[in-house]
Design a protein around this ligand. Structure first.
Ligand SMILES: O=C1O[C@H](COP(=O)(O)O)[C@@H](O)[C@H](O)[C@H]1O
Length: 251
């Protein structure tokens, strides 16, 4: 039914372990093939689930990582709403500088209050790492799923779902606060080599079921369809409890 592969774990601890193994494998493959690992991460609940095992993983060469943000709120980097701040607390601080500061691609704090300038600046940061001629091809996107089916800051019914030129776009009317944000757009999302959604808990069960079993809804998460076809869901049993027609895999 869904083109996405769904891994269901008995607990969030098991999910974090499975996710760690998956990220380790992709990171090693990318570094062996092109000398770096490019990854964009969401905010929300994802950083904590990601960092549990990853932060202590000595098999990964984090010095070769380039970490971007799949979306960011237009606030200062030390603001409680900043996705960067959450990733810093959950992961970067625990890695003790293993990812060089220059490879942590935050929004430019000097334009954080202006979503349009912030999006343009962030697109330039993508160009600096990936080049400007072709759409960036991330090795991995680690994405969250909001209870309304949004991912990145791409919300159901929003005109930004149809953005097909910009790589990074501003949003001024996010239905979830804060209103002003920037987000990767579908041209970039769907050009990634692999995408992993990470979501957990009873509060996500209805949306997980809708996304996997009602493709006609065309919710933002359902529109994540990279050319590679590699989209994986890492969920726990509470989030997957309403799935009835979906093949559930174990890792
Ligand atoms: O606002 C946002 O929400 C989504 C989902 O967050 P979650 O806490 O429900 O997992 C997140 O993926 C996105 O990065 C963030 O800006």
């Amino acid at each position: 039914m869904s083109p996405h592969t769904v891994f269901v774990f008995p607990s969030t601890d098991a999910l974090s372990e499975g996710l760690n193994d998956y990220v380790q494998k992709l990171s090693q493959q990318a570094i062996a093939s092109h000398g770096k690992f490019t990854v964009a991460v969401s905010g929300g609940s994802l950083p904590k689930l990601l960092s549990k095992n990853l932060a202590g993983n000595s098999a990964i060469d984090f010095s070769k990582w380039h970490i971007f943000f799949a979306d960011e709120r237009c606030v200062p980097l030390d603001h409680a709403d900043s996705n960067y701040l959450e990733v810093k607390h959950q992961l970067l601080d625990k890695l003790n500088g293993k990812i060089p500061d220059a490879n942590v691609h935050t929004i430019n704090a000097s334009v954080a209050s202006d979503a349009e300038k912030c999006a343009r600046d962030y697109e330039q940061q993508l160009k600096d790492v990936f080049g400007s001629s072709a759409t960036p091809e991330f090795d991995l996107l680690l994405l969250g799923m909001g209870p309304d089916g949004h991912t990145c800051s791409l919300f159901p019914g929003h005109p930004l779902l149809d953005e097909n030129k910009r790589w990074v776009a501003p949003i001024f009317d996010s239905p979830k606060p804060p209103k002003e944000r920037i987000t990767l757009t579908f041209p970039v999302v769907n050009n990634a080599k692999e995408v992993a959604f990470v979501t957990a808990g009873d509060g996500k069960k209805d949306m997980v079921q809708m996304i996997q079993e009602q493709p006609e809804l065309q919710l933002p998460c359902q529109r994540v369809q990279p050319k590679s076809g590699k989209v994986y869901w890492f969920i726990d049993e509470p989030a997957g409890q309403k799935l009835s027609k979906t093949q559930k895999y174990k890792l």
